[in-house]
Ligand binder design. Structure first.
Ligand code: NAD
Length: 460
């Protein structure tokens, strides 16, 4: 596996300028060309599947199946769907207008925004760099991808493969850390698509504002789970635990904490324990189906949160002295606890007992709008209340993380969890300018529009 080489800072402007020239040349606009580049991304993912999975194993200890399912298989499908949809998405729209405006032929052209910057995080390095990237290609933009320095094997592999499969005059990988990203952010871009935490999101949005660059911010936050007393506690426990263990909890849509009626807490914990034993019979730290924490800084952060909790650990809590950390369930967590401060982004599951669903809803409403609000309930009235009384990037009922498999719904946050959308056409739309146009025939004259103005116009 090759070591990660950072892009020399003095080369970064040059890279952007090349992409700008290519964009201006019109090369990236033909649909046949976009389709070919998209197919090349799919080919790159398929032909190097093993190398990508090995890189993610090395960077994150990511189980092969999680890499294949969560990073490669779904992505390839989306690339092919994007390529198939190009004609449909890019065709101009002719909106219905009143009869007297019809001769003007009002048209909406789908125009690529230009040269775009994609900044990706480490937790799903492939899908979170490639998903925006395919939207940019589909839109006819040229693009720089800045993968995360925290996944060096993946980022080195991407930098090696992109120029082999795609047109290097149109697309480039810039590798590096804060200094390289800061340099990128000094330059003018036509759109910036950032995925990561909100602290850096603010840095991105501030830098973008200097150039009036539009931004998509795919951020995180604490995604709560509301459990209603009437739900199937066993299924809820199984699905929540699976969500919490996926990528060792390092997934933006991870169920962060659970709000449950007090009298159901122990039943829920018993079910969690049972499923935990079934998922990892040899213990999670010995299992090839369980990942690890990305680095010692994040491991230390999680251990510090755990050490400060006033709740009771009822499962897990051990580490392997390296980067492994067991799925850990903590009961009787109360407001103000260390586990309820920031997004956990790890395999810790705090359970906060509440009196009833009203208390749970009020708690959620008193916090930032989460990326996801999860609820387990069979009560239709409660479902409707959640739609009407809460706000979040998405509202997911009776499952956790499976929303990521649905191609037809947008993915995006609101408030502290970000703004803008992705997934197929929604990603394409973010990189596309809706350019409106009319073309007024010379014989289509309106006598009342010109001075001297006449009161007659008001009688029409
Ligand atoms: P990270 O540390 O890899 O950072 C993301 C990117 O920002 C990297 O490319 C990094 O180089 C760059 N960066 C870091 N510091 C910077 C700085 N000071 N200036 C400019 N650029 C900088 O990833 P992370 O932020 O730890 O990612 C985890 C967060 O991302 C979590 O909050 C998670 O919820 C969120 N996330 C959101 C989504 C989503 O789609 N909404 C998906 C995945 C992760």
């Amino acid at each position: 596996m090759s070591a990660l080489q950072y892009t020399p800072i003095d080369k970064i402007s040059e890279i952007r300028d090349t992409l700008k020239q290519t964009f201006r040349s019109g090369k990236a606009r033909s649909l046949a060309w976009r389709r070919h580049q998209l197919h090349q991304v799919a080919r790159m993912a398929k032909e190097n599947e093993e190398a990508f999975m090995a890189a993610m194993k090395s960077d994150l200890g990511k189980p092969r199946m999680e890499s294949w399912l969560g990073e490669i298989a779904g992505l390839v499908k989306r690339i092919l769907l994007t390529a198939e949809s190009l004609e449909e998405w890019t065709k101009p729209e002719y909106p219905e207008v009143p009869d007297w405006q019809k001769p003007w032929r009002p048209t909406v052209y789908k125009t690529p925004k230009g040269v775009v910057l994609i900044i990706a995080p480490w937790n799903y390095p492939m899908v979170l760099s490639m998903q925006p990237f395919i939207g940019a290609i589909a839109a006819g933009c040229t693009a720089v991808i800045k993968p995360s320095e925290l996944v060096p094997a993946f980022s080195a592999l991407l930098a090696e493969l992109i120029p082999k499969y795609l047109d290097p005059e149109a697309y480039a990988v810039v590798n590096g850390g804060i200094a390289e990203t800061t340099k990128l952010l000094e330059l003018q871009w036509d759109h910036i698509f950032y995925t990561g935490n909100g602290r850096v999101g603010r840095i991105i949005a501030t830098a973008a504002a200097k150039h009036l660059t539009p931004v998509t911010l795919e951020l995180g936050g604490k995604s709560p789970v509301i459990i209603d007393a009437d739900c199937d506690i066993n299924i809820a426990a199984k699905r929540i635990l699976h969500g919490k263990c996926t990528n060792a909890g390092q997934i933006c849509v991870c169920p962060d904490y659970v709000l449950i009626p007090e009298h159901k807490q122990d039943e829920f914990i018993a079910a969690l324990k049972e499923h935990h034993a079934a998922f990892f019979p040899e213990g999670p730290l010995n299992s090839s189906s369980y990942g690890r924490i990305v680095n010692s800084m994040h491991h230390g952060r999680l251990m510090s949160i755990l050490n400060r909790t006033k709740g009771t650990i009822v499962l897990g809590g051990k580490t392997d002295g390296k980067l492994g950390l067991e799925p850990t369930i903590i009961k009787d967590v109360r407001e103000g606890d260390s586990l309820l401060e920031d997004e956990l982004f790890g395999p810790l599951l705090p359970i906060m007992p509440v009196k009833d669903v009203d208390e749970a809803i009020n708690y959620v409403r008193s916090k930032d709008h989460p990326l996801v609000l999860y609820a387990f309930t069979q009560n239709q009235q409660l479902k409707e209340r959640l739609v009407a009384e809460t706000l979040s990037g998405s509202l997911i009922l009776n499952d956790a993380c499976t929303q990521l498999a649905v191609n037809e719904i947008p993915f995006g946050g609101i408030g502290e969890s970000g703004y803008g959308y992705q997934i197929l056409k929604y990603t394409y739309d973010g990189f596309t300018h809706l350019r409106s146009s009319i073309d007024v025939p010379y014989d289509n004259e309106d006598p009342f529009r010109y001075p001297p103005y006449s009161e007659e116009a008001r009688k029409l």
